[in-house]
Every structure is written in C-alpha cells, then in structure tokens.
Design a protein around this ligand. Structure first.
Ligand SMILES: Cc1ncc(COP(=O)(O)O)c(C=O)c1O
Length: 419
C-alpha cells in the first residue's frame, strides 16, 4: 500500500509537519532533479493558493505561466466535471468531437492553418524540429542545420536541448543534435552570417522567458522572416511561455504591425490551464513536411484537454483587454518602485509577462516574498519574474506591489546589493 500523506490542517499535522513529511518521502523516492521552495500547496481559488495550514499566497507565477485563469475557475471546473464523467481519453486511433473545433479555433486566432496536438512544451518543440528536418531533407540531405539564439530556452528533451542557447542545460548531455548554431539575439548581422542554404529552421522566442524576459526587436524578427524565405527554411516561433494571451495578444508575434507570421508555432503552458497540452500550429507549406505515420502521440489532444482549451479560448477573448491594461498598470507601479530602489536595473516585458532585473541575485527575495504571501520566481539569476493570472485586477497588483516594496526594503536594509 502506498503512503498517503495527510497534508490538511489539524493540530498534529501543522504546516511544518506537512512540509517535513512531504520532503522526506520525496527525498527518498524521487529523482532529485528539483530544488523546490519550502512550501506545500494544498488548494487554490482565483488568484490565490493555500498551504496546508490555510495560509494564503497571491500566485503571481501561476505554475510558470500555466494557471492563466488562476485556480478552480468555475467555468473550467464545470467543463472538467462534465467531460470527466463522459470520456477523457481516446488515443488518436479514433475521432472525438473536440480536436477539430480547437484546431479551427487556433487557425483562426493564429493565421496558421494546421495543428498537431501533444502534451508539453518540449514535446511540441520536438515535433516542430522534426518538421524542419523533414522539410530540409526533401530539398537536400545537406539541409539539416538549425539556427537558434543565445540565452533561449526550448525544453529538456534532446532536440529541444540542442537548440537551447544556455550551456548549463546542455553540457551534461552532449553530444546533442548536430548542426545547431547559436547567434546573439537582436543581432541582424550575426543572423545573416549564419543562415544559409543548409539551414532547415530558425527558432526564436519573441520574448525570451527563462532567459530573463528579453524581447526581440521587430526588425530582428523581420530579418529572420526574410532569411527563412530567402533560403527556404522554416521560421519557428516558440510561444510556449509568451503565447496564448500572455502579452495581451493571442500570440506574441501579433504585437508586430504588419504581423510577422512564422511557418510553425509551438504553444503549451496556458492553453489548457494546467491539463497538459502542447500544440504545433503550422502553415500549409510547413505542414506538408509531415505525412501520415511520421509523427504521433498517445495522449495528445485528448477530449478532456481539448474541451478545457476550447473553454479557455472563449474566456481569453473576453480577457485580452484586461491583460493589456493590467500589464501596463503593473509595469507603471514597478517603475515607481525602480525610482525608490537603486538596485532595480530594469523593468521589462509585455502584458502580464514581466521581469524586474536586479543588480544582484534574486533568490533570497523570492523566499522573502513567499514568506510575505506572494509567489514569484527568479530567472537568469537576477531577474524577478512575474506571470500573474489573466484574471488579475488592480487589487491583486496593488497587493503584490506593496509586498514587493516590503521585500525590497528588507533587501536594502540587509545590504543585498552590496554583496
Ligand atoms: C519558451 C519555452 N519553451 C519550451 C519550454 C518547455 O516546456 P515544457 O516544460 O512544457 O516542456 C518552456 C518551459 O518553460 C519555455 O518557457
């Protein structure tokens, strides 16, 4: 029989106990891959999550950009209940009623015609890379190279790692895919020098997420589009973190005017709000590279995930203006803090994808914020990252900002910036 840990509050099972017990069992039986924060999450409602003692935390990291509608959103709960009691898995041996409508929805929102369903960000990137390879191979066996950016993050599988431009993720697993080249972001000359007839795909994030909330310039992305066209390569946008509403548009590339369309886009995190789902969305030219039997997934595009995503897409249409408005409101408040604390180097981002770069590592500040009831994280060592739920209002943002102010005051008092 398995050990079931009582984590809900009771005199014998207080928060510390719950944390100790959960941690002890995990340290014995789990691969030790994660450095978790010392917090057990027990339940969530709206923009908040609760630990076993009932302490409330404002969730401004949302499972790294996944819980886009916060927690236990009543419309998602209804759809999940309804579909779970009906049918939740079919495999792709059979049809069900929801893949088609969701693919149509994605096509209309993106301008890209064909969708493949899978289960995570890395898996969708793997599929996109296979498309680039197959596309190149049809033209020439020499056309297999991939061009990606320094500082990027595309996932932990072999293909995705091969184009992730951060040595720390790659080095333990080399050799990876041959023919991957890295260039500095926003350097049009470097890009032009590396892309050639041998290039099968150019991959970029519009706003690098794990890389510290770094946006690409529109001119740079236009250059990538021009080079992909010149050399008949596929332009692949990784919208796993910056896509599906996060920036206030359905997809981040829609921030450009006129819009720079990719050939292939990969999307995951918020699409089914925590029910695992990744998608590859491609134009017809790219879609032709993958024929029958060349790719597949047992779990991809199940009826439960598709229904949740469909419901989410409906809600998202209503929420896009809020994301834009609250993003501007939040950034303005953070810029006010920047004037008060000299160690805030920069406030960056778009919509509800925001980074605050510090002059020193931010790990301790994340722990301080957690202690004070605010969940955020730190990426690229010095960048505090905020991925609040799309349902956030001024009240939640004001609360986050006043907590941050206390955290920054503490850091100033401790002299963190001097270390
Ligand atoms: C831009 C980007 N691409 C790919 C991934 C990998 O996604 P997953 O963890 O779902 O495999 C992530 C995850 O953080 C990401 O931010």
């Amino acid at each position: 029989m398995s050990t079931v840990l009582p984590v809900t509050a009771s005199p014998e099972h207080d928060e510390t106990n719950a944390l100790d017990r959960v941690r002890a069992l995990e340290s014995e039986y789990l691969l030790q891959t994660y450095a978790r924060y010392p917090l057990v999450l027990d339940r969530g409602k709206g923009c908040y999550v609760f630990d076993p003692s009932g302490k409330r935390y404002l969730d401004f990291i949302t499972g790294i950009g996944v819980n886009a509608l916060g927690h236990a959103h009543p419309r998602l709960v209804r759809v999940i209940r309804e579909q779970a009691s009906r049918l939740w898995h079919t495999s792709n041996l059979y049809f069900h009623a929801y893949q088609g409508p969701l693919a149509e929805r994605l096509a209309k929102a993106s301008g890209l015609h064909r969708t493949f369903f899978c289960n995570s960000g890395a898996e969708s990137m793997e599929g996109a890379l296979k498309m680039a390879r197959a596309h190149g191979r049809k033209i020439s066996p020499e056309k297999f190279e991939l061009v990606a950016l320094h500082n990027s993050f595309h996932g932990r599988t072999f293909g995705a790692l091969s184009i992730t431009g951060q040595e720390k993720y790659r080095r333990d697993f080399e050799p990876l895919l041959p023919g991957a080249h890295f260039v500095p972001p926003n350097d049009e000359v470097a890009l032009e020098q590396i892309v050639s007839e041998r290039t099968a795909g150019i991959i970029l994030e519009w706003i690098q997420g794990e890389g510290g909330i770094f946006p690409m310039s529109i001119e740079y992305v236009r250059k990538a589009r021009e080079l992909a066209d010149r050399y008949n390569a596929l332009l692949i946008f990784d919208e796993i973190q910056c896509g599906v509403g996060r920036t206030g548009k359905h997809f981040a590339y829609q921030l450009s005017d006129p819009i720079v369309l990719p050939d292939v886009m990969v999307v995951a995190k918020p699409l089914a709000c925590g029910i695992p789902m990744g998608v590859i969305v491609a134009n017809d030219r790219a879609a032709e590279s993958i024929g029958s039997g060349m790719h597949g997934s047992t779990f991809g595009g199940g009826p439960l995930a598709c229904r949740v995503a469909l419901e989410f897409m409906d809600i998202l249409d209503e929420l896009l203006p809020n994301i834009d408005k609250m993003g501007s409101y939040f950034r303005a408040k953070l810029e006010e803090l920047q004037k008060q604390f000299h160690f805030i180097k920069e406030v960056r981002g778009q919509g509800l994808m925001i980074g605050v770069e510090l002059t020193f590592p931010g790990k301790q500040l994340v722990l301080d914020a957690m202690e004070q009831g605010l969940l955020i994280n730190c990426t690229h060592d010095t960048v505090l990252r905020f991925l609040p739920p799309y349902i956030s209002g001024e009240k939640e943002i004001d609360r986050a900002v006043s907590t941050l102010k206390r955290v920054f005051k503490l850091a100033a008092k401790r002299g963190d910036a001097a270390v």
